[in-house]
Design a protein around this ligand. Sequence first.
Ligand SMILES: Cc1cc2nc3c(=O)[nH]c(=O)nc-3n(C[C@H](O)[C@H](O)[C@H](O)COP(=O)(O)OP(=O)(O)OC[C@H]3O[C@@H](n4cnc5c(N)ncnc54)[C@H](O)[C@@H]3O)c2cc1C
Length: 399
Amino acid sequence: MKSNQSITQTKVLIVGAGPAGLGVALALKQAGVTEQLIVDAREVGAAFRAWPRSMSLLTPSFFSNSFGLTDLNSIDPNTSPADFLHTQHPKGQGYADYLDAIVGHFELPVRTGVSVTALKKEISHFCVETSQGPIYADHVVWAVGQFFHPRDREFPGAHHALHSSKVEDWAELEGDAFTVIGGYESGIDAALNLVQNGKSVRLISRGEPWASNHPDPSRSLSPRTFDRLRELLKSPEKAQRLEFTKNTSIKNIEAGEGFWVLRDQDDVPIATKTRPILANGFESGLGLVSSHFDYDENNLPIFSEEADESTLTTGLFYSGPALVHRNALFCFIYKFRARFGVIAAEIARRLDLPDIEEKLEPYAKAGFMNTDLDCCSNCACAVESAAPDTPEPASFTKA
Ligand SMILES: Cc1cc2nc3c(=O)[nH]c(=O)nc-3n(C[C@H](O)[C@H](O)[C@H](O)COP(=O)(O)OP(=O)(O)OC[C@H]3O[C@@H](n4cnc5c(N)ncnc54)[C@H](O)[C@@H]3O)c2cc1C
């Protein structure tokens, strides 16, 4: 990397120092790439540091690396958050500490406080505008995640609600009775935390995700969440304070003085005296490079199957939870890390580096270099799940 005052030139620029960006950086280093730079608008692992204090990873961590089964939350074949933090479900702060430790241990070249504001492809290189001056790069890996792009404009009045990603501590919310919009992971997490803190919650969901038996945890609740839900519902007193409203889609929120009115698909009003909580997820995360990608008929971005590259702008790669191939979502760390070695190998090849396959063998062995995309679109277990093991909530409304 060459740098003279405000102009920087590098072979590979990685935007985002979360698990997706750092994971590719480690794979590039392993492949022999010596000239790379990682920039982040905030700090290493910023999204995890911004999680509500009580929130932990759903995917369990366990130090099984030496048996060839890398910890589900690790970002390279040789480290383990379980080993580093001595916990099975790291909290956001702990996981960010793990990412920080990786940057220090592997001496990754990270610059924080550098916000990318525009990206342009010139004939053979990228010109990337940042808050700290331009960066010129031959290849760019876009890894900005989704957390800082909440879906808080989804319907009229959605901005009146408090997005779940903006909550620092569920214990600090004032009021006794809450309405949560969204019945997937973050909605259930919000509801469980609020009930544990003595509040009553009405959880409103489009379908009935807590009854879904889908084998892919990207499309149904995780085993960890079912465990937490079952545990809470064992207490009749707590179960009384959690009401599930299924098959209800909120279309509008109006704010009054000290009250809010939500309207569903049939225009039925639901009034609440506390600010509604919106747990409806995040935008795609391609953000300011979205025009560099093509889209399919479902408006999902298209990535090259060879190396998760834009099919419109050569040299622009993507790593992270917006990745999708053959309708399979790669929105967990253990899913998108399967492509770290693939992206690194392709960039190393274009840089004419020697012995790439040999150098990346540990990545291939550990499942960090997966080229078989069939694996990811066929998640069904050979043994049918023991349904119905769905918790019995105290009350359901709307059939
Ligand atoms: C509530 C919640 C629970 C989750 N639980 C799990 C789980 O149990 N297991 C699991 O595998 N996954 C889980 N996920 C998903 C996981 O957190 C994400 O997939 C992961 O954080 C994505 O990593 P990333 O590196 O792409 O993004 P991030 O971790 O968000 O990192 C992106 C980085 O890019 C930086 N950035 C953004 N824009 C710019 C810019 N313009 N210029 C420079 N830098 C920029 C940000 O500051 C940030 O540090 C969860 C997510 C949420 C929200």
